[in-house]
Design a protein around this ligand. Structure first.
Ligand code: MGD
Ligand code: MGD
Ligand code: MO
Length: 763
C-alpha cells in the first residue's frame, strides 16, 4: 500500500526540450516539407485549422504556437510526403495477406492514400477504381440489404457538416445504427453523467480553469493526451492552487512540466511541479478512494457542526439542488477504513491529506478520462466523482465543475449533430419537417452491440467514416474473422490501417482530405466546424495542397454515397450541400436552434462559441430534476473478484501514438524505448510470481466464457505500479479483451481492468 508522501520518480519533465525533440523526430521521419511548420502556426487560431488530434479547447487569447507535441505529431503525420499509391499494390506486389504481418506503424508509414480502391479477391490486392463506379456500386449493394443489417460507424474526426449528413443518410436509409468511437471512450460519460446531473458532457469552460483553486485528476493523462492542458495547470500552480492526482501509473505530465513556449523556462530548465500529491490507486480502485475522501469530509462536517464552526458540506446547495444525500453519507460513515484501504490500495493517511486539500479549496474541478470510464462499473466511478464534488457545491459555479477530457477532436460534436444510435436523442419532428425523413422508431446499435451482431452474422455491411474499428474493439481476432464475412465494407480513410486488411466480399477504401487540406467545392474554399471538450464550436479552414488530386472531402463522399443509395427527393439536396457547406450549417441550426443560433456568423469567434450547458447553470435535466448523489453498492469498478494469480490489466497509450496510429516506439515519459511488446509489473509481484525482470511472458485472459485469449512474446518489465495491477499497450492488448467485458450502464469496453494471468514463455 502506498502513502506517496514523496512524489514518485519518473524520467524528466513533460514539455521542455523532450517535446521539441519528439516533434523533430516525427518531422524528420515522415519527410514532411518545411511548409508543415507553417501549418503548425495556423493551428487552433481563429480562421486557422482546428487541431486534428485531441478535443482540448482553444483559448481566446492564443499564443504564437497554439499547439503541443502531440498535436504537431498528428499534423505532421498526416502531412507526410509519402504516398500509398496504386503502385504499392500493383508494382511492389504487396498482398493483403502479406500485409497482415506488418505492424500498425509500418502500414501507416506507407503514406497518404491517393486513390479510391476496390479489393480484388483473386489477386488479394486493392486496385484503383473510378469514384463514380465505386459510389454507384456501393449504392446498388446497400439497396439490396435490410437497413438494420447495415452499420454506419464514425470515428470522431469528421467535422459537424459531414457528420450531420452522415447521420441523415443512415436515417433516410432506414436505420439508427450509428455507433461512434465514443462508445469505446466517453459513452460512460454520455450515459452516466446524464443520469446523475442531466448533462452528457462536462460542465466547465475555459474561465473555470482560470479560477479553480484545485484540480483533482482521475485517470486522465494530459502530458500525452491533451498536452495543451498543462498550460492552465501550470497557471493554477503559479497562483498557488493545488493539484491532486489518482492514477496507478506515475504519468510524467502530472509530475512536472517545462513550458516549451516559455524561453526562460526552456533555457533554465525550470520545472513546475504539477501534482502536490500523487496517489497510485489500484486499477479500478477509485470508488473506494473517493469514498474515503468523502468519509473525511462528512466527519469534518460533523465535527464542525458539533463545535459550532462553519460547515464543511454546502448544506444549502445540497438541500436545494440534490437528492440521495442521506443514504450516501450513511454509506460514508459506515464503510470501514480497512475496506477502503484494501480496495483503493491507498492508506487512510494519504486519503485524509487529499480530502484536506479538497476542503481547503473553495473551487474545485474534477478531471477524468479513460481511467474512470473504461471499467465494468465505470458509470459508478463517475457518479462517485459527482458525489465528491456535490458535497461542497462544486458543480455549476465559477471555477468548479466536471471536466471529462474527450478524445477525438470532434467526437463530442458528432453526437451533438445526430451521430447517435438512440432515438430519444434525435429531434425526429424537425428531421421529418426539413427532409421528409422518418427516423426509424427502433434504437440502433452502439459499438459493442454492433460487433456482437457482426459475430452473430447479423451485420452485412459496415461503412466507416474514419477510424480503425477492427483494431480498436475488444476480441480483435474474432473481429478480424467476422469483418471479412460481410457483403460490403467501406472505409473512408486517410491512411492504410489494419481494418483495411480484412476486406468484406466487396470492399472499398475511399480516401479523403484531412482538415489541414484545402477543400475547394465549385471553386470556393469550404470551412468545416468542430466541437471541443468544453462545448465550444469553432470553424476550421484547410489550406494545404491536397495529398492527391483524387481525394474528396468527407462531406462529398458521404453525400456521394447517399445520392447513390437513396431514392431522389426534392428535400435531399446532396449536390447543393456539397457545393456550399454553409447550407449544411443552416440545416444544423434549423435542427438544433438552441445550440447553433447564428451558426454561420459565429463560427470564427476566438476560442469558439459556447453551445451552452444546463448543468453549468445548475439546471438538472435528470429524472428527479435534481443532481443525484449515488450510494455505491461495491467499492471497486472492475466487475470481477480477485483470485490468486489474477491481475488487473490496464491498457495504456504511449506518448508516441494516437489511438491505433503508432508514430514510433519511444514512450519517453515512461522510459520505455524501442518496443511496445512489454508487460509492466510491480517488482514485488514479479518476485512473487517466480519470474525475473526481462523474462519473456505471455498474458492469458482469465475469463470464464470458454474462449481462449492469449498474447505472446512480451518482455516482463519491472515498473512502478500498485501490486496486482499490470500494464500493456493498446491496441496490442485488444486480443485479450472479451467483448462482454464492458461498463454495465453504457457498454463502454472495460479496457482499464481486464482479468489476466501471466505465464513464462518457454524459451
Ligand atoms: N497523443 C495522443 N493523444 C490522444 C490520444 C492518443 O492516443 N494519443 N487519444 C485520444 C483519445 S480518443 C482519447 S479518449 C483520449 C484518452 O486520454 P486519457 O483519458 O488520458 O486515456 P488513457 O491514456 O487511455 O488513460 C488515462 C489514464 O488512466 C490511468 N488509469 C488506468 N486505470 C485507472 C484506474 O483504474 N483509475 C485511475 N484513477 N486511473 C487509471 C492510466 O494510467 C492513464 O494515465 O486522448 C486523446 N488524445
Ligand atoms: N484496449 C483499448 N482499446 C481501446 C482504447 C483503450 O484505451 N484501450 N481506447 C478506445 C478509444 S478511447 C477510442 S476513441 C477508440 C478509437 O478507435 P477509432 O477512432 O476507430 O480509431 P483511430 O485509431 O482513432 O483511427 C485511426 C484511423 O483513422 C483514419 N483517419 C485519420 N484521420 C482521419 C480523418 O481526418 N478522416 C478520416 N475519415 N479518417 C481519418 C486513418 O485511416 C487512421 O488509420 O479505441 C478504443 N479502444
Ligand atoms: Mo477516445
Amino acid at each position: 500500500m502506498t502513502d506517496n508522501r514523496d512524489l514518485p520518480q519518473a524520467p524528466g519533465p513533460a514539455g521542455g526540450w523532450g517535446s521539441m525533440r519528439g516533434i523533430v523526430e516525427i518531422f524528420g521521419e515522415t519527410w514532411s516539407t518545411p511548409a508543415s511548420l507553417a501549418s503548425l502556426r495556423k493551428l487552433n487560431k481563429p480562421r486557422g485549422v482546428m487541431c486534428v488530434s485531441c478535443a482540448w479547447p482553444k483559448p481566446v487569447n492564443y499564443s504564437a504556437f497554439e499547439f503541443c507535441e502531440n498535436g504537431a505529431k498528428a499534423i505532421l503525420w498526416e502531412s507526410t510526403s509519402q504516398r500509398c499509391t496504386p503502385e504499392f499494390w500493383e508494382q511492389n506486389g504487396h498482398s493483403v495477406t502479406e500485409l497482415r504481418a506488418w505492424r500498425d506503424h509500418d502500414l501507416e508509414m506507407t503514406g497518404r492514400l491517393t486513390h479510391p480502391l476496390r479489393f480484388n479477391h483473386d489477386t488479394d490486392r486493392y486496385e484503383p477504381v473510378r469514384w463514380e463506379d465505386a459510389l454507384s456500386d456501393i449504392g446498388a449493394r446497400l439497396r439490396l440489404l435490410e437497413p438494420d443489417s447495415v452499420v454506419f460507424y464514425a470515428s470522431g474526426h469528421a467535422g459537424l457538416e459531414a457528420s450531420y449528413l452522415y447521420a441523415l443518410t443512415a436515417r433516410a436509409f432506414g436505420t439508427n445504427n450509428l455507433p461512434q468511437s465514443s462508445n469505446m471512450c466517453h459513452e460512460t460519460t454520455s450515459v452516466g453523467l446524464t443520469k446523475v446531473i442531466g448533462s452528457p458532457v462536462g460542465t466547465v469552460i475555459w474561465d473555470d480553469l482560470e479560477q479553480a483553486d484545485a484540480f483533482f485528476f482521475f485517470g486522465q493523462n494530459p502530458g500525452s493526451n491533451s498536452p495543451r492542458f498543462l498550460h492552465p495547470l501550470k497557471a493554477c500552480k503559479d497562483r498557488g492552487g493545488k493539484i491532486v492526482t489518482f492514477n496507478p501509473v506515475v504519468e510524467q505530465g502530472l509530475v512536472s512540466f517545462v513550458d516549451p513556449q516559455n524561453p526562460v523556462e526552456m533555457l533554465t530548465g525550470k520545472e513546475t511541479k504539477i501534482s502536490d500529491q500523487y496517489l497510485q490507486v489500484k486499477a479500478g480502485g477509485d470508488i473506494a478512494a473517493i469514498l474515503g475522501m468523502c468519509k473525511c469530509i462528512v466527519e469534518a462536517d460533523d465535527a464542525a457542526s458539533a463545535a459550532g464552526s462553519p460547515e464543511i458540506i454546502d448544506h444549502l446547495f445540497v438541500a436545494q439542488h440534490t437528492a440521495g444525500f442521506d443514504s450516501f453519507i450513511e454509506c460514508c460513515r459506515e464503510t470501514p477504513w480497512l475496506r477502503i484501504e484494501q480496495e483503493s490500495g491507498l492508506t487512510e493517511n494519504a486519503l485524509r491529506r487529499a480530502a484536506q486539500t479538497y476542503m481547503d479549496a473553495d473551487r474545485v474541478i474534477g478531471v477524468y478520462g479513460m481511467g474512470l470510464t473504461q471499467h465494468v462499473d465505470g458509470a459508478m466511478n463517475i457518479a462517485m466523482l459527482v458525489n465528491f464534488l456535490l458535497l461542497r457545491g462544486n458543480v455549476g459555479r465559477p471555477g468548479a465543475g466536471l471536466c471529462p477530457v474527450r478524445g477525438h477532436s470532434n467526437v463530442q460534436g458528432q453526437r451533438t449533430v445526430g451521430i447517435a444510435e438512440k432515438v430519444h436523442l434525435i429531434p425526429v419532428d424537425r428531421i421529418k419537417q426539413l427532409f421528409d425523413v422518418d427516423t426509424p422508431p427502433k434504437d440502433g446499435m452502439a459499438v459493442v452491440e454492433a460487433v456482437k451482431a457482426l459475430f452473430d452474422g447479423e451485420v452485412k455491411a459496415f461503412i466507416s467514416l474514419g477510424g480503425n474499428l477492427v483494431r480498436a474493439v475488444p476480441d480483435q481476432l474474432r473481429m478480424e474473422k467476422a469483418w471479412t464475412g460481410q457483403d460490403l465494407t467501406v472505409m473512408i480513410s486517410t491512411k492504410l490501417n489494419r481494418s483495411h486488411l480484412f476486406p468484406g466480399r466487396t470492399a472499398y477504401i475511399l480516401p479523403c482530405l484531412t482538415r489541414m487540406e484545402e477543400d475547394l467545392q465549385g471553386g470556393a474554399a469550404q470551412a468545416v466546424t468542430t466541437e471541443d471538450s468544453f462545448s465550444m464550436i469553432s470553424g476550421s479552414v484547410g489550406f494545404r495542397k491536397p495529398a492527391s488530386e483524387q481525394l474528396r472531402s468527407e462531406l462529398a463522399i458521404v453525400a456521394g454515397i447517399a445520392k447513390a443509395t437513396l431514392p431522389p427527393s426534392e428535400k435531399l439536396k446532396w449536390n447543393e450541400w456539397t457545393a456550399d457547406y454553409a447550407k449544411v450549417r443552416s440545416l444544423i441550426e434549423q435542427t438544433y436552434p438552441e445550440d447553433f443560433r447564428n451558426f454561420n456568423a459565429r463560427m470564427f469567434e476566438p476560442g469558439g462559441f459556447y453551445r451552452g450547458n444546463a448543468a453549468h447553470e445548475r439546471i438538472w435535466k435528470t429524472d428527479s430534476g435534481k443532481a443525484m448523489f449515488t450510494t455505491p453498492d461495491r467499492l471497486n469498478a472492475v466487475g470481477f473478484n480477485d483470485a490468486p494469480g489474477r491481475f488487473r490489466l490496464v491498457t495504456l497509450r504511449s506518448n508516441d501514438q494516437f489511438n491505433t496510429t503508432i508514430y514510433g516506439y519511444s514512450d519517453r515519459f515512461r522510459g520505455i524505448e524501442g518496443t511496445r511488446d512489454v508487460l509492466l509489473m510491480n517488482p514485488d509481484d514479479i518476485v512473487e510470481a517466480g519470474m525475473t525482470d526481462g523474462d519473456t511472458v505471455r498474458i492469458l485472459t482469465d475469463a470464464s466464457d470458454g474462449l481462449d485469449r492469449c498474447l505472446n512474446g512480451l518482455t516482463l518489465t519491472a515498473f512502478n505500479l500498485p501490486r496486482g495491477t499490470v500494464g500493456g499497450y493498446y491496441p496490442e492488448c485488444n486480443v485479450l479483451m472479451p467483448l462482454s467485458h464492458h461498463d454495465t450502464l453504457s457498454g463502454t469496453p472495460a479496457s482499464k481492468s481486464i482479468p489476466v494471468r501471466v505465464e513464462l514463455e518457454a524459451n
